[in-house]
Ligand binder design. Structure first.
Ligand code: TXA
Ligand code: MG
Length: 344
């Protein structure tokens, strides 16, 4: 299969790009498109065979359900049994935007492989002009996970998608780099108080300001097993080729780590804020100003992927403070590092 990447920049390209994308989707093909978080790989959510192509192209385990994307918030009325008040308040506040709401689905509304056999469904209205235009022209719900090969960092540019899925999908809509850079916050509203299943751009604090109590497994001390997580969170994720180790953003600790790696005649890439650019790492990828977590989130996945273009033996990443978007960044970093912290 030949993969076409269409840059959606001027009006002529735009019309052609949307027409082609809608055509492909209606024909039961899958199409990659930008959202404000990361690139998604979409299929019409009622088309079981098309949805199966997503799992196939990504190499995704079939027990990991997909998020359904809508172009208008009120469309979800047709798909779910009820919308609890708290879910409704969050939808009004955060949509379009990086919040996925888990609700009880009306049975047989979507293809069974979308929800991986669960009675619930994750729904979101993305805040990106290309995603919204595509969804509105199509007029149908689109199931879309991130457009990476399973296990790799989510794509924040069309070139990342191309690298992972070239020859596996027919079309990529190229809208440049995505803004947020981390996947949406996933919140389960089928329980009360609602539970954060995956932290993201909409932080626990932002949710609490709208609906009061929210259970955040990252900070709640309940028995691990009793806290539900998104099925996808149990899989290895966001991992570049070289092993990743986390380290506190402390200059002495970082230099000691680099020295001991060099003593073993190994190479090291460092992903850290600007403050660390004088380090002796063989490659340095800047997360921007240490105070600016939004910039860190935006660049993190591209930097993890850039490490795959080096011959580094080890990747060191400094951790952010755990407040705000920092919680989501740390959540992804712990997965990328498989829980490993650097010990000299
Ligand atoms: O920002 C995003 O959410 C991106 C863009 C493309 O929209 N999508 C994305 O999809 O990150 P994906 O498939 O990579 O992650 C979806 C997460 C998985 O962890 C999955 O287990 C969880 O959402 N999920 C989906 N449906 C669920 C459900 N019914 N119950 C619990 N978790 C669900
Ligand atoms: Mg993903």
């Amino acid at each position: 299969m030949i993969t076409t990447r269409l840059v959606v920049d001027n009006n002529v390209n735009k019309t052609q790009a949307y027409t082609q994308a809608v055509e492909k989707l209606i024909q039961g093909e899958i199409v990659a498109f930008p959202t404000e978080t990361v690139y998604g790989l979409g299929a019409i959510a009622t088309d079981e065979q098309a949805v199966a192509k997503i799992f196939e192209a990504k190499g995704r385990p079939s027990d990991n359900p997909l998020i359904v994307h809508v172009g208008e918030a009120h469309h979800i009325l047709k798909y779910v049994k009820e919308i609890p008040q708290k879910a409704n308040d969050c939808i009004e506040t955060f949509w379009p935007g990086p919040l996925t709401v888990i609700l009880n689905a009306i049975p047989n509304t979507f293809a069974p492989n979308v929800t991986a056999g669960l009675s619930t469904v994750g729904l979101r209205m993305p805040d990106h002009p290309i995603a919204l235009e595509l969804l509105r022209r199509l007029g149908q719900p689109v199931a879309a996970p991130s457009a990476n090969r399973s296990g790799k960092p989510s794509p924040t540019t069309a070139l990342h998608v191309e690298k992972d899925l070239q020859g596996r999908i027919p079309l990529i809509l190229d809208g440049g780099a995505t803004g947020i850079g981390l996947e949406s916050t996933v919140v389960d509203f089928t329980v009360d108080p609602p539970v954060i299943l995956r932290p993201g751009g909409v932080t626990a604090q932002m949710l609490r300001e709208v609906i009061g109590e929210v259970i955040d497994p990252d900070t709640t001390t309940v028995e691990d097993e009793t806290v539900p997580r998104a099925p996808g969170m149990k899989y290895a994720h966001y991992a570049p080729d070289a092993p990743v180790f986390l380290i506190e953003p402390d200059h002495e600790a970082v230099e000691n780590a680099i020295n001991s790696i060099h003593m073993k005649h190994q190479k090291v890439a460092l992903i850290a804020p600007d403050e660390f650019k004088q380090s002796h790492a063989d490659w340095f990828f800047s997360l921007g100003n240490q105070q600016n977590l939004v910039t860190s989130a935006r660049h993190l996945y591209a930097h993890l992927r850039s490490c795959d273009d080096t011959v580094t033996d080890i990747i060191l990443v400094t951790v952010p403070i755990k407040t705000g978007v920092g919680a989501a960044i740390l959540n992804r970093l712990e997965k990328a590092a498989n829980g490993n912290w650097w010990h000299s």
